[in-house]
Ligand binder design. Structure first.
Ligand code: NAP
Ligand code: 3JM
Length: 349
């Protein structure tokens, strides 16, 4: 049964780029909250954060932080989730985890509500929120799969720095300023925080997001490949990805090539389908130069789709341009949406 007054919600990583958006999204959605617990590392413990006009003191996350918590939203990195998500579940909380720690665990549902909300019924305490680039792509592809079948997906991403955290946003701003002022600078964060080599992101494009795997793909690319198959329940779907970081603060863009199963599908069939698809906004009118761009998507929950073209050689091939706010649908909004679905389905105690 839905609680009348509200739930005790914990946000782990509350001071981060995603955590801050989670707090704002909970507030905007008027999520039924009786108590909010904001958690971070010891570094930020004691900081005050405004929630519904009141100051809440951030605390260091420990196993005991989760006593009495109903729903815990995690976005403090994979190692924090691995250590503390089981502790939260042990204490009776449902965990919605924004990291890659549990996404491919067969016991853990990996959920985008527009696509596979009913997978939530299988949860055993932890629900995984997919990678930002995966989420916006599957929201646009699921209606196409349902109507016309899907055989193949080849995606190239144009990803914003906010996906790499608050320090990456600072790095882009500082480098841009330094270059414009003709001052020296030293890249310290991108492409991968903590790695040996770092490269300039301002006025550049870096074809590496997350660490390289033995097969030559990066972990971000493998997340997109594996998570797409799991969420869409299509283990045999052909997927390839190239993930690139751009000097954009917020909003990931994707150029996506797909092949459908059905013959004789037209661009106007796809327009009709995506105009009515949940969570999708169609912005596709070349005659008036209408197409999605990250600057227009910031602060919005939807996935924006445009530039839909039929391939010139492959009868079943189409090209799409998909853009969304990576911190909202890609992270905070999808997590809060999962929490709303859990309540709607009667899956929270
Ligand atoms: P961020 O801006 O760097 O923030 C990191 C947050 O985690 C801060 O609140 C930080 O607290 C906290 N934290 C760090 N170490 C901790 C520890 N040992 N114990 C408790 N809290 C700790 O990063 P972000 O961009 O918000 O991303 C956070 C995580 O969310 C990422 O690592 C990633 O796993 C996940 N994420 C997911 C998506 C997605 O696609 N769904 C997108 C982006 C990020 P302090 O202030 O104390 O340092
Ligand atoms: C987005 O564990 C970490 O250091 C976090 C790495 C990370 C991830 C991840 O793998 O959880 C940074 C940014 C993601 C993500 O959503 O996959």
């Amino acid at each position: 049964m839905e609680k009348l007054k509200g739930y005790h919600v914990a946000v782990v990583g509350a001071t981060g780029a995603v955590g801050q958006q989670m707090i704002q999204t909970l507030e905007k959605r008027q999520f039924p909250i009786e108590k909010i617990t904001l958690l971070s590392s010891a570094r930020s413990a004691g900081k005050k954060v405004l929630f519904r006009g009141e100051e809440v003191t951030v605390q260091e996350a420990t196993p005991e932080s989760f006593e009495g918590v109903d729903i815990a939203l995690f976005s403090a990195g994979g190692s924090v989730s691995k250590a503390l998500a089981p502790e939260a579940v042990k204490r009776g909380a449902i965990v919605i985890d924004n990291t890659s720690a549990f996404r491919m665990d067969p016991e853990v549902p990996l959920v985008v509500p527009e696509v596979n909300e009913s997978d939530l019924h299988e949860h055993k305490g932890i629900i995984a929120n997919p990678n930002c680039s995966t989420i916006q792509m599957v929201v646009a592809l699921e209606p196409i799969r349902k109507a016309f079948g899907l055989k193949k997906v080849i995606v190239s991403t144009y990803q914003a720095v906010s996906g790499a955290g608050a320090v990456a946003i600072d790095e882009l701003k500082e480098q841009t300023k330094a270059i414009l002022n003709g001052e020296p600078f030293e890249p310290k964060v991108l492409p991968v925080k903590g790695d040996e080599k770092h490269y300039q992101i301002a006025f550049n494009a870096i074809p590496q997001i997350d660490k390289f795997q033995d097969n030559g793909f990066t972990f971000e690319e493998m997340k997109m490949i594996n998570e797409t198959k799991k969420i869409m329940h299509m283990p045999d779907l052909k997927v390839a990805a190239t993930c690139v970081r751009l000097p954009v603060v917020t909003g990931h863009s994707e150029s996506v090539y797909i092949e459908v199963e059905q013959e004789g599908i037209s661009v106007s069939d796809l327009h009709q389908l995506l105009r009515d698809a949940p969570g999708v906004v169609l912005q596709d009118n070349p005659a008036e130069q209408i197409y999605p761009m990250p600057a227009d998507c910031v602060g919005k929950n939807e996935v924006f789709v445009g530039r839909i073209r039929k391939d010139l050689d492959e009868e079943k091939g189409f090209h799409l341009w998909i853009v969304s706010d990576n911190l909202l649908k890609g992270a905070a909004w999808n997590s809060v949406q999962i929490a709303e679905s859990l309540i709607k389905l009667g899956l929270v105690k």
